[in-house]
Design a protein around this ligand. Structure first.
Ligand code: GDP
Length: 457
């Protein structure tokens, strides 16, 4: 990256909108803004404004005036990137924004690469690598949980947590080195025990973060969920209720859904990758039988299964058979059509599933209870604040590697290996944590992180 260049990009979506923004960062940002926008008050100009202030003016290019804008000025180092920054807020829409940007290029700005504003912020020490990743997480957040996790990371909570673990490993490694240089034979065992206890504590801490990531990922990526049940129990109606539109065909004729119908839906704050499947029953029709096989395999590979039961009828052997096939999978029995009859008691299905919800897919009654049941069965209600701090696959891999190195160190200690060998593992664990925080991340790692950003961020 050449910090002498001034970069420019459109930072808002290219769709019709009240306001759009072109952002400039670098040594000539304010000069370029000054030549782009003629202030309404001729005594003021972008280049002479103090930081954190703005002015109103008209936007010009070689063909004359084409828009009006407010320019906000931030002066280095007190800006997002740490450089001089001008944010030109004009009217939204692709044409005006592109014309404004193209004028910036004519005046000497270079196109910003993906995430280049945030990368400059990182390289200028305004953000840590984990905080930069959190910015991407915030932009991508689909629900309040993922937004809250990204915001916590943005505020530096992850950085602090990892730095604390790294700090403890440095202390351990130092005391180990001192022990190697000045051993005390009689005390070796006592020292080893203390060392093991401390390593285990840090390993536990990392374990908590890894578990938190796995649960948080369900919020971010969605839970692959299969809707299964006998024909005509209301699977397609449930699918349509949750997706808020007609996705699956609803009829009173059994065996209508033969394919798997998929939809991404938000159930409250939870993202579900829903798959509505063919009704499971014995059939001689080869097409329907293929659908039933597909339903079974969809249920097997899903992370969560919603078994729909028709409460206008008693629980049938066919229902029991479907429930039996779940064998320990996270599953919820949805006792449907409670508006029309209540012939199935939760006790009847508890031998097979931990959660039941009485609802009417037709009226929507019980959806809130379904959401709560999903949270419980996926153990998302146990996601304690502070555990869901890791927000990218890169961070996960580093934390996992550090965790595994500690496990190796503990094993080496148990097997009576030398303290030297244990120290090597500790050093490797520390290395992984420093790559995670960005303190020892290679240029390739940094480039990889920012390549995932959008242009303009
Ligand atoms: P599927 O074969 O399991 O997908 O079932 P459908 O969604 O096609 O529904 C079968 C029939 O049950 C249709 O006539 C629906 O209108 C009806 N149905 C579905 N859900 C409910 C409900 O909650 N209450 C009532 N009264 N009828 C429902």
């Amino acid at each position: 990256m050449d910090s002498q260049t001034t970069i420019a990009a459109i930072s808002t979506p290219l769709s019709p909108a009240g306001i759009g923004m072109v952002r400039l960062s670098g040594p000539h940002a304010l000069d370029i803004a000054q030549r782009l926008v003629r202030p309404a008050d001729p005594k003021r100009s972008p280049a002479s404004l103090p930081g954190y202030s703005g002015l109103y003016g008209r936007v010009y290019d070689q063909d004359g005036e084409f828009d009006e804008a407010v320019v906000f000025v931030y002066r280095a180092p007190k800006s997002y990137t740490g450089e001089d920054v001008a944010e030109v807020c004009c009217h939204g829409g692709a044409y005006l924004l592109r014309r404004t940007l193209s004028r910036c290029f004519q005046l000497g700005a270079s196109p910003a690469g993906p995430g280049e504003f945030t990368k400059r912020a990182f390289l200028n020490g305004k953000l840590s690598l984990t905080q930069a990743e959190a910015v991407a997480g915030l932009i991508a957040a689909q629900g309040s949980q993922s937004a809250a996790a990204a915001l916590a990371a943005r505020d530096g909570a992850l950085q602090q947590r990892i730095e604390r673990i790294a700090q403890n490993l440095v202390h351990l490694s130092a005391s180990l080195a001192a022990w190697i240089d000045y051993p005390d034979e009689e005390q070796d065992a006592v020292f080893g025990e203390r060392l093991a206890a401390q390593m285990r504590q840090e390993q536990q801490e990392l374990h908590g973060l890894l578990e938190g990531y796995k649960r948080g990922r369900l919020f971010r990526d969605g839970i692959v969920t299969a809707i299964v049940g006998k024909p005509n129990v209301g699977k397609s109606t449930l699918m349509n209720l949750l997706s808020g539109r007609q996705k699956s065909i609803v009829t009173a004729i059994p065996g209508t859904t033969r394919d798997v119908v998929e939809s991404r839906v938000m159930l409250g704050d939870i993202l579900l990758e829903l798959a509505d499947t063919a009704g499971i029953r014995e059939t001689d029709d080869p097409v329907e039988a293929a659908g039933v096989d597909l339903a079974r395999s969809t249920a097997r590979t899903a992370q969560l299964v919603l078994v729909v039961l028709d409460s206008t009828d008693r629980l049938q052997d066919e229902d029991r058979k479907i429930l039996e096939e779940l064998s320990g999978k996270p599953a919820i029995a949805v006792i449907n059509k409670t508006d029309a009859g209540q012939n199935i008691a939760p006790q009847e299905v508890f031998p097979y599933v931990r959660e039941t919800v009485a609802m009417s897919a037709q009226s929507g009654d019980g959806v809130q209870q379904l959401e709560e049941a999903v949270l419980r069965v996926m153990e998302l209600d146990q996601l304690t604040p502070g555990q869901d701090l890791l927000i990218s696959e890169r961070q996960l891999l580093c934390a996992q590697a550090a965790h595994d190195q500690l496990a190796e160190a503990l094993e080496a200690l148990e097997n009576g290996m030398t303290f030297d060998a244990i120290n090597v593992c500790l050093d490797c664990a520390l290395d992984e944590l420093l790559v995670l925080t960005g303190q020892r991340a290679s240029e390739a790692v940094v480039d990889e992180v920012f390549s995932k950003f959008c242009v303009g961020k």
